[in-house]
Design a protein around this ligand. Structure first.
Ligand SMILES: [Mg+2]
Length: 121
């Protein structure tokens, strides 16, 4: 199966737990994709996101504990949310961990096969 993880407010809020889940999923043979967002006026390169993940989860997570990082970049937050939904559909994500309710709504609308876990701080 394929699992998606948001960074801001999800991995950043629970780095120990999310890192452990990601590692366990990869170790069990599942696909793990980090699906993060950025506004076009404040772009964040993938390399920066990789550094961020390495810092957040250095206790457990290595580059081998996720298979891809996708930065959904758009001019508005709604655009980012739509893009996350589109990516979940295209990549056939079975389950995503996400902290933004608006994003969850768009993911559910645009990728019906994706179960959404709404993460609270
Ligand atoms: Mg978030």
């Amino acid at each position: 199966m394929t699992f998606g993880f948001d960074i801001d407010g999800t991995i950043t809020a629970h780095p120990v737990e999310m890192g452990a889940i990601m590692k366990a999923l990869v170790d069990a043979g599942h696909q793990v994709i980090v699906i993060t967002g950025a506004l076009s006026r404040m772009p964040i390169p993938v390399e920066e996101r990789q550094r961020q993940l390495a810092e957040l989860c250095s206790h457990i997570l290595q580059l081998t504990h996720y298979h891809d990082i996708i930065v959904c970049e758009a001019e508005t937050l709604e655009g980012v949310a739509r893009l996350k939904g589109k990516v979940c559909g295209e990549r056939k994500v079975n389950m995503i961990f996400e902290d933004e309710e608006d994003f969850v709504r768009w993911i559910r609308a645009l990728s019906v096969q994706t179960a959404c876990v709404l993460v609270r701080p």
